[in-house]
Every structure is written in structure tokens, then in C-alpha cells.
Design a protein around this ligand. Sequence first.
Ligand SMILES: C[S@@+](CC[C@H](N)C(=O)[O-])C[C@H]1O[C@@H](n2cnc3c(N)ncnc32)[C@H](O)[C@@H]1O
Length: 246
Amino acid sequence: MSGVNEDYNAISSVYSQISKLPLMVLERQLVAHALSSCKGQTILDLGGGNGIHARKALELGASSVDVVDISSGMLKDGKTITAASGVNPAMIRWFEGDISSTLAHLPLHKSYDVILVGWTFDHAETEDQLLGMWRNVTTYAATGAKLINTRLAYIPKAEETDGIEKYGFLYPDYKEIPGGISYTYEAFTDPPLRCPATSLTNTLDFDESKSIARQHGFRDYQVVDSEQMDVVKEDPAFWRRFVDQP
Ligand SMILES: C[S@@+](CC[C@H](N)C(=O)[O-])C[C@H]1O[C@@H](n2cnc3c(N)ncnc32)[C@H](O)[C@@H]1O
């Protein structure tokens, strides 16, 4: 992965601010909904960053969470946030690792009930890297495991961005590359956070993403309905554009 660890090390101290932005408020509700049956379950969070979803899973009754991330800065921030959060820090283990390669050198469990992949597929720059990430999903998924994945499904070109900034993000530097799109995601934090990312068609497109999930054994593919989330119910007009083009 060309420099993704440095990219995230550089923004890790500001990254936790994005949790306040509207899109991330909705994202947390979507992930919490998907996690709602995780009581007593073991979770592997691949590219888990500062562990925002790891802590939520523990609040919802998960028995333990292992976070793997390529950025030492994100992991360090995650440990600090967790220590101040009221969550028992002993229930989260933090591992530095590249999830597009083998993780066999890490003392992970043999398998997990839930695998979380929060936006990490949006950093696979090649098909090989994406398949490497999927290989780890299947390697560590227990029989009957649930995979919870958030990813971008639409990246607007510069001339199409009008109106989406209200959700807290813009996506400059849009460039078509072989097999996908590279861009920068810019978050309206203070100072603004900018990070390069790549979304391959296999993750962007719903049908392709469903097909790759099926190929890896996840046959019951479900999309959590954002219109059922509290934040959208409270202000449907604000969220209309997102609901129409997730
Ligand atoms: C947009 S952040 C999301 C963090 C977290 N999943 C969340 O939902 O808040 C993407 C994370 O993926 C991590 N990441 C990107 N590529 C990775 C890779 N190949 N292996 C491990 N972590 C990776 C980054 O360091 C970063 O923490």
C-alpha cells in the first residue's frame, strides 16, 4: 500500500473529529444497527482505525474486539480514546498490520463471529490488494459469521458536488484509474482533514460488490436502510440527496 500508513499517521490526531460530521453520525447508526445482535460475539475490525466501532460493539455486549490497522498513529489514538471512554480497555486488542497481506504473524484468534471492514476497501489500490483484504475476511470468519462493511458507493465528480458538502465531506482530485477511481476525501474538521483514497469498481458498484461478497461465501447480502435510522427520520429533507444517491 503506497503510503497509506503515513497518510493516516499524519491525520490521526484530527481524525476523531469526523465522528461529529453528519455522514459519520448516520454511518455510526448504520453500523450499530448491523452490530445489534453481537452480544457475546467476537469481533475482528480490519482497518479499525481509532476503534470507534470496536467500542460500540463492546457497549452492545460483544465479548472482545481485535482491531488491526496499518497506521500506528490511528492505533495510538484509539488506545487513548478507549482509556478515557469507560469501555474496559482489556476487551480490545490493537494490532499493527496490512490487511491486504497475510496476518498470520499476528496472534489473532482462529476465527471471529463478526468481521468489520469500515471503509478499508476504499484504500485498496489494485485488484490484488482488494483480494488480499477479502482473503483475510474469509480466513478469519467463523462458519456463519457476519461481515459488516461500510464503503463509498458514489464519488461525485467536481462538477457534481454541489449540495453534498452539508454531509461534511467533499471528494476532490477525482481521477479515473484502471479498475476504479482515485480521489481525496476532505472532511470539514478543524483543521480540514485530507486523505487520498481509491475505490475500485468491485467495491463501488452494488452488483459487483454483492457478487464479490457471494464469491467469498457471504450469500445473505443486506443493505441497511438509511431511511430507518433515527438521524434520517428526524430530518428527511436534509438526507434526501443521500437517500437518493447513497
Ligand atoms: C477511513 S479510515 C476508517 C477507520 C475505521 N474503520 C472507522 O470506520 O472509523 C480507514 C482506515 O483503514 C486503515 N487502512 C487502510 N488500508 C489498510 C490496510 N491495507 N491494512 C490495514 N489498515 C488499513 C487506515 O489506516 C485507516 O485507519
